[in-house]
Design a protein around this ligand. Structure first.
Ligand code: HEM
Length: 335
């Protein structure tokens, strides 16, 4: 459509006017000219439900509360020293992924087994973020990931509730709104049970761990010191020699600078005042897993080399991901 109408189009989805900028120049101009208007995210009906009316940092309107949350993120949660302190967690989880791929290859001729890399990387990243957030792997992981997947799916569809957000009647009878309500309850229940367990544990055992060992500890410390408006209970929302059972996790083949420049240019972390505050954390994970997968295995498409381009069709949703799973043959290189 942008070929016909140009890089800026105003579309109307139901009763919602939607401006589509389909070139990076158009997006940059719009965001520069209307900086403040883009400092708050649009809250559709389904996003309003999952974020409890924008009470988390991601969907909070641009206001003093958001500034306080953002400050906590930048100064306390994702500063370079803290991200570095999670290096062992990253190395262990990447090694676990490599082992699981190697186990799947075991007993078969190299390249015969097709690996579901999408699910493997998703679990690995989730485990790193959760371990850095709460200090341990989460026993509700699969349920949590399922609910998050479902929430992303529900925000991507053209549900009636999102198309006619001002109609209470539509929202009341919308299946998407009902399903999102269920997701919200389950996600918050899991998060609250984690926080509850931590608080109970803290009263029972004399602290054998530092408050700052994980992000939840940092948030609870800040909360008890009454700094800012930290709403810890609602915030879910985080290389070279980790030799574990034969896997030396390595990040030698990619320069961090190259990766960072490539990712920032591609706009993967967004832009402006709401740019992702977890860039250092995210890049550290990506760099290590990518370098290790390439160092330890060669990868081929199931149909063999040259069997065409990867299908990069994107799924709808508030996060960007491939529609189909990335299935590849793994050929071990380093034992
Ligand atoms: C490769 C990994 C990651 C990518 C590609 C990514 C991407 C993004 C993008 C595109 C945004 C929206 C930016 C905008 O509106 O301009 C965002 C926001 C955000 N990200 Fe990330 N992110 C990643 C990792 C992380 C991690 C590890 C954390 C924390 C554990 C995190 C926390 C956040 C938060 C809190 C926001 C909302 C910021 C605000 O609205 O002020 N991200 N991220």
């Amino acid at each position: 459509m942008s070929g016909t109408y140009g890089p800026l189009m105003l579309l109307r989805f139901g009763s919602v006017p939607t401006l589509v900028a389909s070139s990076s120049e158009a997006a940059r101009d719009v965001m520069r000219t209307h900086k403040l208007a883009f400092c708050s995210r649009y809250l559709s009906a389904t996003l309003d439900i999952i974020s409890c009316g924008g009470r988390d940092i991601l969907f909070s309107p641009y206001n003093d509360r958001w500034r306080d949350l953002r400050k906590v993120c930048m100064l306390e949660l994702f500063n370079p020293r803290r991200v570095l302190s999670f290096r062992t967690v990253r190395e262990e989880e990447v090694a676990r992924l490599l082992r699981s791929i190697s186990d799947q290859c075991g007993g078969h001729h190299a390249g015969v087994v097709v690996i579901n890399l999408s699910d493997g990387i998703c679990r690995m990243v989730n485990d790193v973020v959760v371990r850095t957030a709460i200090g341990d792997r989460c026993k509700h992981r699969d349920e949590f990931l399922h609910e998050l997947d479902e929430a992303v799916r529900l925000t991507g569809g053209f549900s009636l509730a999102d198309l006619y957000p001002s109609s209470r009647l539509v929202r009341r009878f919308s299946v998407a709104a009902r399903d999102m309500g269920r997701c919200q309850k389950n996600v918050y229940r899991i998060i609250e049970s984690i926080i509850h367990e931590r608080k109970v544990a803290a009263t029972r055992v004399p602290a054998d761990r530092d408050d700052d060992d994980d992000l939840l500890g940092v948030l609870l410390r800040l909360q008890s010191a009454s700094v800012g408006h930290v709403r810890a209970c609602k915030e879910p929302t985080g290389a070279a020699q980790g030799a574990i059972r034969g896997f030396g996790v390595t990040a030698r083949c990619l320069g961090q600078k190259d990766l960072k420049v490539a990712v920032l240019i591609s706009g993967a972390f967004g832009a402006g005042r709401r740019i992702c505050p977890g860039i250092t954390h995210g890049l550290a994970n990506m760099e290590l897993v990518l370098a290790s997968l390439l160092y330890h295995f060669d990868w081929e498409q199931p149909g063999g080399a040259g069997s065409g381009d990867l299908d990069m069709t994107e799924a709808f949703g508030i996060t960007l991901k491939r529609k189909s799973k990335l299935m590849l043959k793994a050929i071990p290189r380093v034992n």
